[in-house]
Ligand binder design. Structure first.
Ligand code: ASP
Ligand code: MG
Length: 403
């Protein structure tokens, strides 16, 4: 007998029929002799709908009341799922954040789980019961209801796996795992059986949004193995583990891309200490997310060029801030508003020489011009013209034997 956390996302509990289906999955796991703690999201679309309601009251809806409002979505699915399980003659019971309690710290809408009482729930499990817990929320030390950030049910599941010391943490969702690239656009994409936490983080921050990144980070910190799988098929999902548990036969695990990027180049910037800091400080203050930054080696020791990428939506704002910035001097500024970032990600890259060359050669064969390059230990990214995105992804997927 093992103890498991099964987390069901919004689409998995998006209708009564689906909730009944989830109840059957839980019953099967329970009948196999496992102790089940189920964590649920709100029904799909519910959280956004609640946010919209608050906007009808005020654009500056009170933070504390917002958390009371948003936490209700998960309360609904908890009760419906527990009811469905009781109908299947299981001893199921839901607990709300304050009943457990799940203690959080930090500000409203962005709190962190720091403690959970395990006693009541463990007792219930020992008596052959199934426990249902709402994701995404907790209660502060002062007794206020809190939420832990959009997509936070994943973080709740990981926290439960850690605190209850469960055997596994299974994330049930509407896709059947993590793919080597976007399967909707590139049909030859393959499901990855095992992926390391770092690779998963690189792939998800680049667009393969399967799990909340901060939940993956927490799992990595405590070495909690995860499994992402589909609620709607019985196929094996993707296991997310420590690198040591994976045999790398390929240098590259996945090809990711981001769209809606823009690139800005400052030409003839003074080459002296403090210039980069002065350039990016006001952008940071305006919460503009700067992604890739590249500075050329200065050829005359006096001036250099700085290139960086941002989201396209931030382009005008960024221009404005740069033009008003009295702390920096540059000769010229130019931009390209339709670029994308293509990245190859793989822990196997570390031990394979020539990956960089192979990527550049593949892109040149497709006559794709590289506008900027950045590398990290397990990732190699290039900026290219947006219209060549799928072309590049397809080619790299083939060249690195992922088809
Ligand atoms: N219901 C919350 C949201 O939509 C939490 C979650 O689904 O993980 O963000
Ligand atoms: Mg979710």
């Amino acid at each position: 007998m093992v103890k498991k956390v099964l987390k069901f996302g919004g689409t998995s509990v998006g209708s009564i029929k689906r909730i009944q289906h989830v109840a059957n999955i839980i019953k099967k796991e329970h009948d196999e002799g496992n102790q089940i703690i189920a964590v649920v999201s709100a029904m799909s679309g519910k959280t956004s709908e609640l946010i919209n309601l608050s906007k009808h009251i005020s654009d500056k809806f009170d933070n504390r009341e917002m958390d009371v409002l948003l936490s209700s979505g998960e309360q609904v699915t908890c009760a419906l799922l527990a009811g469905a399980l009781i109908n299947l003659k299981l001893k199921a019971k839901s607990w709300l954040n304050w009943q457990i309690p799940i203690i959080t710290e930090g500000e409203h809408s962005n709190a962190r789980i720091i403690y959970m009482n395990v006693e009541k729930i463990n007792n219930h499990l020992k008596q052959n019961g199934v426990a249902i817990i709402p994701g995404f929320q907790g209660i502060s030390k002062q007794g206020d209801v809190t939420t832990i950030g959009r997509g936070g049910s994943d973080a709740t599941a990981v926290a439960i796996a850690k605190i209850f010391d469960t055997h596994s943490c299974e994330i049930y969702t509407d896709v059947d795992g993590v793919y080597s690239t976007d399967p909707n656009k590139i049909p030859v994409a393959k499901k990855i059986d095992k992926i390391s936490y770092d690779e998963m983080l690189e792939l998800s921050s680049l667009g393969a949004k399967v799990m909340q990144s901060s939940a993956v980070q927490t799992a990595m910190m405590y070495n909690i193995p995860l499994e992402v799988k589909s609620t709607f098929t019985e196929r094996d999902g993707t296991k997310i583990l420590n690198q040591e548990n994976i045999d790398y036969t390929k240098s590259v695990t996945g090809v990711a891309y981001s769209k809606d990027d823009a690139k800005i180049t400052l030409i003839g910037v003074q080459d002296k200490p403090g210039v980069a800091a002065n350039t990016f400080e006001p952008l940071n203050k305006a919460q503009i997310n700067v992604d890739m930054v590249i500075q050329n080696v200065s050829s005359d020791q006096k001036t250099t060029d700085i290139t960086f990428t941002i989201k396209r939506d931030d382009l005008l704002k960024t221009y404005d801030i740069l033009k008003k910035n009295k702390k920096i001097n540059y000769k010229n500024i130019n931009h390209n508003e339709k670029v994308s970032k293509i990245s190859i990600v793989g822990a196997g890259m570390v031990s394979t020489p020539g990956v960089t060359y192979k990527m550049f050669k593949a892109l040149s064969e497709e006559k794709i011009n590289i506008l900027a390059i950045s590398t990290s230990e397990i990732k190699l990214s290039v900026i290219i013209d947006e219209e060549k995105t799928l072309n590049a992804v397809k080619k790299l997927h083939t060249v690195f034997e992922l088809d």
